[in-house]
Design a protein around this ligand. Structure first.
Ligand code: NAD
Length: 424
């Protein structure tokens, strides 16, 4: 399929529509040069590969995988790999584009990439997942690498997946290359603090925003859609600052208690039962109901398009902190703005993960590792600086935080592109 077709099919709806609309709006806001704007609307490179995989029952299943590299203007590409039945090429391109802006907004020297395999990991054995991952890595071996493109975990991939990618890549090269991925197990050169980093970064942003909006921490209430890595860590780190979690959900539904749900107890319940539903002392609640609860902070930390034109008007939270990538559609953002909801956009709110991934890559290249306190302190410095810069931009231009974050990020990428020029 031609790139034009993919981009025009996406013109109607979905995450790529959202990503392109956000870029176009930012281009208008900062008066972006037309040539650079056109270049940034398209990914630099998209790989689509077949992944034949031996299944446990003796059959062979051929999965489809993608890796989109949006931009390398500011350094190697960086971005996660997602295993999900709904992965599409358009989604992967959109997520790659968001990675470019995310790395730029926190000012780390990377461009953006994303990968995905269309599969249902919940129905696959560990052996099947390992074989699929190793074959996918082999197909990507020419385009990834510590100086080219560095994958990381995303939805339904984890440290074990990264270990398989690192091992497969290293076997192909003939020597160990730990810096080819981040989000690795600690034993293979993973960074302390990486697992909690996205949730921690999100909480630094929430804390800064609550200060600006003068919302007291004590007595504040929050709700989390998607109690996975990002959502659960954000909840675990926000609760000790004072706010109470009144609701949380996963793909099978949610739980609600207006007096508060102890976060660690829910983590334990989810570990034991595999879901948040059925938590003792809380009522069941649907994902839709959770989004519409009256609370101070709503953390959408599941998938894209959770807050859309149909439900944005019902959001009663004072603040939305986007743990997930692309949880708010452009139409929904307009409605939230009209209703005075303060949105900390994904490229800022969830950039703690890529920031500590950057630390992991730096530590791996130097073969010199930091303590967890050092990681967390450096993360806090970067997140607070990025929040301050975006907030100042939003005040200066009288725009919402997403427009401000995009203006900062696109401005940085455009400056790098202008200095490099268009080759040849
Ligand atoms: P995860 O798989 O650990 O957790 C996702 C959670 O969302 C799971 O609990 C799942 O059950 C739940 N979920 C899925 N569909 C849902 C639905 N329709 N309604 C409610 N809950 C649903 O994944 P994660 O790593 O926490 O990623 C979550 C989001 O954060 C994704 O958008 C991802 O791209 C983004 N993100 C992750 C990181 C990271 O470091 N892991 C960094 C930046 C952004």
């Amino acid at each position: 399929m031609a790139m034009e077709e993919i981009l025009s099919d996406a013109a109607l709806d979905g995450p790529l529509h959202a990503a392109l609309t956000q870029l176009d709006d930012a281009a208008k806001l900062i008066g972006l040069d037309d040539a650079i704007h056109h270049k940034l609307r398209k990914p630099k490179r998209v790989m689509m590969v077949s992944i034949p995989t031996a299944m446990d029952d003796g059959s062979t299943q051929v999965f489809t995988g993608y890796r989109a590299q949006h931009s390398m203007e500011r350094g190697p590409c960086k971005g996660g790999i997602r295993y999900h039945p709904d992965v599409t090429i358009e989604e992967v391109i959109a997520l790659a584009m968001w990675m470019t802006w995310k790395c730029a907004v926190v000012n780390i020297p990377y461009g953006g990439a994303k990968g995905g395999v269309v599969c249902n990991p919940k129905e696959m054995s560990v052996g099947e997942l390992e074989r699929m991952t190793r074959r996918f890595t082999t197909e990507l071996v020419e385009v990834i690498g510590p100086e080219k493109d560095i994958p990381a975990p995303d939805v339904y991939t984890d440290a074990q997946t990264m270990a398989w990618i690192m091992d497969t890549y290293s076997m192909q090269k003939g020597y160990s290359v730990p810096a080819v991925v981040t989000g690795k197990p600690i034993a293979l050169g993973g960074s302390l603090g990486r697992e909690a980093a996205t949730g921690r970064g999100c909480v630094f942003c929430i804390r800064e925003a609550m200060r600006r909006l003068e919302i007291p921490m004590d007595g504040a209430k929050f709700a989390v859609q998607g109690f996975g890595n990002v959502g659960a860590w954000a909840a675990r780190l926000l609760e000790p600052l004072g706010p109470k979690m009144m609701a949380a959900s996963d793909s099978r539904g949610g739980v609600y208690n207006p007096d508060g749900i102890p976060v660690l107890d829910l983590v334990k319940h989810k570990e034991e039962t595999g879901r948040v539903g059925g938590f003792p002392g809380a009522d069941d609640i649907s994902n839709e109901e959770l989004l519409e609860l009256e609370c101070d902070v709503l953390i959408p930390a599941a998938l894209e398009n959770a807050i859309h034109e149909g439900n944005a008007g019902n959001i009663k939270a004072t603040m939305v902190a986007e743990g997930a990538n692309g949880p708010t559609t452009p139409d929904a953002q307009d409605i939230l703005n009209d209703n005075g909801v303060f949105v900390i956009p994904d490229i800022l709110a969830n950039s703690g993960g890529v920031t500590v991934s950057y630390f992991e890559w730096v530590q791996g290249l130097q073969a010199y590792f930091w303590t967890e306190d050092e990681v967390n302190e450096r993360l806090e410095r970067i997140m607070v600086r990025a929040f301050d810069e975006v907030y100042a931009e939003s005040q200066k231009r009288s725009v919402d935080m997403r427009a401000a974050a995009m203006a900062v990020a696109v401005g940085r990428v455009a400056e790098a592109q202008a200095m490099r020029g268009i080759y040849p």
